[in-house]
Design a protein around this ligand. Sequence first.
Ligand SMILES: *Cc1c(COP(=O)(O)O)cnc(C)c1O
Length: 434
Amino acid sequence: MNSQINSEEINQEGHLTIGGVDAIELAQEYGTPLVVYDVSKIRNQIRNFETIFEKEKVNYEVSYASKAFSAIAMYQLAKQEGAAIDVVSAGELYTALKAGFPMEKVNFHGNNKSLFELEMAVKNHVGRIMIDNFHEIELLSQVLKENKTNIDVVLRITPGISAHTHEYDQTGQVDSKFGFDLDSGQADEALKQVLNEPRMNPLGLHAHIGSQIFELNGFKMAAKKLVQVAALWREKYNFIAQVINVGGGFGIKYVEKDEPLKPEEFVKAIIATIKEETAKVNLPMPEIDIEPGRSIVGPAGYSLYTVGSSKVVSGLTPYVTVDGGMGDNIRPALYGAEYEAILANDPNKQADEVINLAGKYCESGDILIKNALLPSLHTGDIIAILDTGAYGYSMASNYNRNPRPAVVFAENGKAKLVIKRESLEDLVHLDQSL
Ligand SMILES: *Cc1c(COP(=O)(O)O)cnc(C)c1O
């Protein structure tokens, strides 16, 4: 049995269960490919983050980075758990509005927010704008004047720290498209400009060093840097940072060799660093904000697929193809991301074959798992790929004009459809005849 699954997740029929619901019944009822979330895993992770802050007695905000998985039901779940959210587009903001999510708990991110997006954010009174660049300061200033309103802002800086992670997942190094550079004086200049904007209320500063990070060191260095900048800003501009936001990026276990710390452990170390560093320079303890995405929804997500064709060539690893692939999970093709899969209709069956688990899309790179160790597979078997809850559905496409899958929330033995499967009609609904 796969080490990521425990015996309670297998029912009397010998099937995988997700949130207490039989995965095979889910596949039958909603079809495959299907994305299923174990909702209690999401709740527990949000609560684990909140608990650490409560224990350490610091003011905080846990802001779910909703680009990892954005849906009306997901925002409603975040609301139930008292989390704030990060949004990065008009589309995510619109979805949060539709969900009835409290706008004062929305942080608007992005390195090229459009005039339309800033207007939408301001008119709906989002809690905070995470300022990324000078162009944005100008645009926001104009929007605030036109709307005769004020807004809280946080300045995003690039702390000059490279996290040990995939190159595409790094965001904190000096050579990055995100945020204000420190050494060149950009960040200082940005603060000066914001302090001169009567309608912008700067709360503090932000850094996000990357994603799927396993080591504490990068976070500690970033936290330290942020406090140093805060100390400098007090000295130079008499500005006291009330908020230090250390971003997200806490790594999760996808495959056996991954050995991340528990997400809360990262937070513990960050809190300790900020306490220590602020004490050294005699700064008041700020509110500490985190923005976890992957660690909240990643491990809670399962992708169910039905096995179809296979191809065996003597001397080569066989291909077994499922009814989804890069259209519902582009991460393997995009970053070489690795996953583990189990045979959902018999997770206890001895895994004794190595195969390439292929997708159905017209790209040779559309292999969901290379050299997957699985039991011998047959047409009609249901495969569950584990830990697909982050950056899976949210990056889904209609490549090859395949409909995007349905998404189901499962909790306490009950399933709820939260995103319908796209229909063929949906696929052509924007098309216009010649
Ligand atoms: C993507 C992103 C996050 C979330 O990263 P995860 O690795 O999913 O935790 C947080 N903050 C910012 C600014 C981001 O861009």
